[in-house]
Ligand binder design. Sequence first.
Ligand code: URA
Ligand code: SF4
Length: 223
Amino acid sequence: MPTDPEARSPADDPERPGAEHWVPARHTLAALRRAAPDCRGCELWRDARHVVFSQGRASAAMMLIGEQPGDHEDTTGEPFVGPAGRLLDEALDAAHIDRESTYLTNAVKHFRHHVSGKRRIHDKPEVGNIVACHPWLEAEFEVVHPQVVVCLGATAVRAVLGRSIPITRSRGQRFDGPDAAPDAAVFVTTHPSAVLRLRGKDAFDEAFDRFVADLETAASAVG
Ligand code: URA
Ligand code: SF4
């Protein structure tokens, strides 16, 4: 992954040694899933209930990458099962994409949050968490060999492309695959939570339709 002046190298940070040490040498999805709960590549495992690895098969042609698990995902251990996941399901349906046929994962595998009273409030992962967790994503690319990668929001974009780019200007465009999946076509779209926040407002329909259109564009690149 290209270096980024914002990111301290995980090796420099004792709190964030990076996931390399915990990623098994023999990459199969089953081996990765078995190993992920032991990861101590950054501090986020400490306050989380579950690692949330991924859902889907190694044979999937399309890989969808979110940000990090939310409260529901942390509780169940499954990606995209909370409100953002339901919005994603609606959009996949509208785009005629079968969720079961996709591989669904996150850039960061543990829930970054803080506690306020009884609530656990989402905090965006830092670049250092994205960098620390990247070896898992690389291993997933190597196992799944996706034809198409869809980055859902800025964190996934940063994790996959190694740099931050504005989503409004780049959605609909096709980017080259990262080193671990050089043949993949990469597409960028909004995070379903951003669409969800507009529910009930005038802007919702347009945001939802654009999200669906981005998913359709990505699906059309599956050969
Ligand atoms: N948001 C994400 O980015 N990923 C999930 O798994 C759930 C919510
Ligand atoms: Fe490991 Fe990623 Fe969890 Fe950090 S967020 S402990 S790197 S799995």
